[in-house]
Design a protein around this ligand. Structure first.
Ligand code: FES
Length: 90
């Protein structure tokens, strides 16, 4: 299992859960559309750690970014993503 750190909290990814699923479950503000690596809507800044893609995504991913809908963390990762409620209050 992988530990995920964000701006506001840390959580463990559950078995079979995508990074996007985990971020949603824990109340983070993440955009998405296709949930399968095509659109790039879920593009999220990666602050630390590494991810891999079981299948190469069609959407462009720059270094320092990840597509949480279709990547697998390689150990601990740190993402620059806020909680939904904090984003709404800003
Ligand atoms: S939601 Fe489309 S690439 Fe992640």
């Amino acid at each position: 299992m992988s530990k995920v750190h964000t701006r506001d909290l840390s959580f463990e990814l559950r078995a079979g859960e995508t990074l996007l699923d985990g971020l949603e479950r824990t109340g983070h503000a993440v955009e998405y559309q296709c949930r399968s690596g095509y659109c790039g809507a879920c593009r999220t800044p990666l602050v630390d750690g590494r991810v891999r893609y079981p299948e190469t995504p069609l959407a462009f991913v720059a270094s320092g970014e990840v597509l949480p809908c279709c990547c697998r963390p390689d150990g601990e990762v740190r993402l620059d993503v806020p909680l939904l409620i904090l984003k709404q209050q800003a």
